[in-house]
Unconditional design. Sequence first.
Length: 97
Amino acid sequence: MRQAHRRRGHAHLGSEQGVTRFLAQPSAIVSGLAGTARVITAAAAVMIAVFAAFIPSELIFLKVIGIGMAAAIFIDATTVRMLLVAAVMHVLGTANW
């Protein structure tokens, strides 16, 4: 994302630097998330499948671990990585870079 931000930030040499940075920030976040969304989702799906395999076990603690970890990974991949990180990066602005 940093490279996309820098490329877009220096693309408009004739405009004011503050305006260019403001306009480049959201597009850098979007392009960064678009490039990593598939990888994050695929990795989360694999991990959820692995931990969901613990659920049919006869041992109670393995069921609890399987349900807990599968739910935690799902929440992390969707809410935290895709929504919260993008929102925080947008709010922080150029302090991210």
